[in-house]
Ligand binder design. Structure first.
Ligand code: NDP
Length: 284
């Protein structure tokens, strides 16, 4: 009898559209690097097929999958269990399948936090968070759970910002308030971390969130969620003023690392994943 194993471990992603999602390249590069016999399959799953896709993953004994837009909320009704932050955020982007049970987690904010922790501990810090979409919501909850002292959520539509601030206040020890974003925002002197969690800058290296750059002081941590291009104009301006900067690649890479830790119990080399994305995005 042959001792060879011709069955790969199966992981992947369900979203639509998915053609331009580079996660498959990032994760499979790391699987190859570590000589792990696993595949990450990038699947275009329309909303009406999500239930079947999830049932298929379970039936084919996938160990887990990512869910991206538009499935992050809709997938919840197909799961057996939710991790704490996924429950608070109300969205799932990473599902683990263990003994046929589906467990949903949200790694958006966790990926951001892992990236942030490379330069600072968020505990006790004051944060200005620009934007109030899905990324901002996940980041705010994780910062709150990581004992940030205070989070101000700033958004054009203050009602969306208030929803996030209320989630933080109700579920974590952090204080949270809201500012409407009209005109140019300022970074107050007592803020330690400023985060762009809007979509401004995606695919446009010249786009800049409306912000008084002269308020970006030396020592402030300025983070951007935008992965492509990684060097956004905000980060360029912030670096020129002596801020510590964090790009959106770190968030994306760390989400991959955390997801595979959930699925395989193995920690992938973040450097291999980051270089793969840089090659894809044409970044230095
Ligand atoms: P959403 O569409 O849910 O939210 C977008 C946010 O951007 C809203 O708060 C919106 O404000 C704000 N916004 C958009 N345009 C402007 C503008 N011109 N001026 C002020 N505010 C603006 O998107 P997501 O939260 O899902 O994603 C946001 C970004 O984060 C995307 O670019 C995405 O690529 C990135 N991302 C990166 C990840 C990573 O791993 N690096 C992971 C997840 C997301 P309003 O509510 O007023 O419309």
């Amino acid at each position: 009898m042959s001792q060879q194993n011709f069955r790969s471990i199966l992981t992947g992603s369900f979203s639509t559209p998915c053609d331009d999602n580079p996660t498959v390249a990032m994760i499979e590069a790391a699987y190859r690097h570590h000589d792990i016999d696993a595949r990450y399959i990038n699947c275009d799953v329309k909303a009406e097929n999500l239930k079947d896709a999830v049932a298929g993953a379970r039936a084919m004994e996938w160990v887990g999958f990512n869910c991206s837009l538009p499935h992050k909320v809709a997938v919840i009704e197909h799961l057996d269990e939710l991790a704490e932050s996924a429950r608070i955020i109300g969205a799932v982007n990473c599902v683990s399948i263990r003994d046929g049970r589906l467990i949903g987690d949200n790694t958006d904010g966790k990926g951001f936090l892992a990236s942030l922790k490379q330069v600072a501990d968020p505990s006790g810090k004051k944060v200005l968070l620009l934007g109030a979409g899905g990324a901002a919501r996940a980041i705010a909850v994780e910062l709150g759970l990581a004992s940030a002292a205070h989070i101000t959520v700033m958004n054009r539509d203050p009602k969306k910002a208030e929803t996030i601030a209320a989630l933080v206040r109700d579920n974590t020890s952090a204080k949270a308030d809201v500012q409407a974003w009209d005109g140019e925002a300022s970074a107050p002197e007592d803020v330690d971390i400023l985060i762009n969690a809007t979509s401004i800058g995606l695919g446009d290296a010249d786009a800049m969130p409306p912000l008084k750059v002269e308020t970006l002081r030396k020592g402030l941590i300025v983070a951007d969620v935008i992965p492509n291009p990684p060097r956004t104009r905000l980060l360029h301006e912030a670096e020129g003023r002596g801020c510590t900067v964090l790009d959106g690649l770190g968030m994306l890479v760390n989400q991959g690392v955390i997801g595979v830790e959930h699925w395989l119990g193995k920690t992938l080399d973040a450097g291999v994943m980051e270089q793969t994305l840089k090659d894809i995005f044409g970044a230095a």
